[in-house]
Design a protein around this ligand. Structure first.
Ligand SMILES: Nc1ncnc2c1ncn2[C@@H]1O[C@H](COP(=O)(O)OP(=O)(O)O)[C@@H](O)[C@H]1O
Ligand SMILES: [Mg+2]
Length: 253
């Protein structure tokens, strides 16, 4: 009952429909992979799950539902206030370069936060010695470290759901593996419902139980990861799997 869903959501920019009748459900403890070629509407769908519309876009159909109830404006504001955490693709772009990491936590946590809360969150994302990190500026950290800090900030209000939009795309291979391990552990430990956007099917195979394929603003196929790898039905899904298998010198089943 505590699922978060978008139902029949459509967005338009002027007369152009960018996302058409998209429905997705996030459930506690489950990872849903969202894949598809770039420009397909994945990032807009992530924003839709937060009830955020980029400037210039308008919602033309659909609704958000949480724990069985259709959300009104106040319910959507509550999502952003803590029910849902967001991790984006470019960690460096998400930090203010003139503020220390500690200040970023102070702003996210607010005045009432328990002392040591920021350090505890940083420890949760794998930093053994958080104190010097809190004094550091974003430019002093690697992309992989910043991405883990962004994850710690996303967890600051104990969200039930985590949206991760290409969280490993800009990281080197070692940092990618660390980030995926971390996401997997956190999703289990915190029983998070996760929407994981990626163009990398090996990430889906590893972390997700369900996968949805998006093309030109529509979800063209949705099912279990096992079904997807066994035999995707839609041409867009087949193209994605074909490209993925070609990396390993294999052909489609
Ligand atoms: N703020 C915006 N105004 C107008 N069009 C946009 C805006 N944001 C994204 N788009 C368009 O919507 C489509 C989907 O974009 P996006 O969700 O970023 O795709 P993806 O994340 O799958 O690569 C693209 O054609 C993109 O150009
Ligand atoms: Mg995107």
């Amino acid at each position: 009952m505590s699922a978060l869903a978008i139902e029949g959501l459509s967005f338009a920019a002027g007369d152009r429909i960018l996302v058409r009748e998209v429905s997705l459900v996030l459930e506690p403890g489950r990872v849903l992979g969202l894949v598809g070629a770039s420009g397909g509407g994945k990032s807009l769908t992530v924003l839709a799950m937060l009830g955020l519309l980029p400037r210039g876009l308008r919602q033309v159909a659909g609704r958000l539902r949480h724990a069985g109830r259709v959300l009104d404006a106040a319910g959507i504001a509550a999502l952003r206030g803590g029910v849902v955490g967001l991790v984006q693709q470019s960690p460096r772009a998400c930090f203010n370069p003139i503020l220390t990491i500690g200040r970023h936590f102070a702003e996210t946590l607010g005045r009432g936060a328990a002392p040591g809360r920021a350090a505890a969150l940083l420890a949760e994302v794998g930093f053994g010695d958080p104190a010097p990190l809190l004094r550091a500026y974003p430019f002093q950290l690697s992309g992989g470290m910043l991405q883990r800090v962004m994850l710690a900030l996303a967890l600051a209000r104990d969200p039930d759901f985590l949206l991760a939009d290409e969280p490993t795309t800009e990281l080197d291979l070692v940092a990618q593996a660390a980030m995926l391990d971390l996401l997997e552990r956190l999703a289990t430990r915190r029983n998070l419902g996760v929407l994981l956007v990626t163009h990398d099917l090996s990430v889906v195979a590893r972390l997700a139980g369900m996968v949805a394929v998006m093309q030109a603003g529509c979800i063209v196929e949705q099912g279990t990861v096992a079904e997807f790898f066994d035999g995707p039905r839609h041409p867009a899904s087949r193209a994605l799997l074909r490209q993925h298998l070609a990396l390993y010198g294999e052909a489609l089943p």
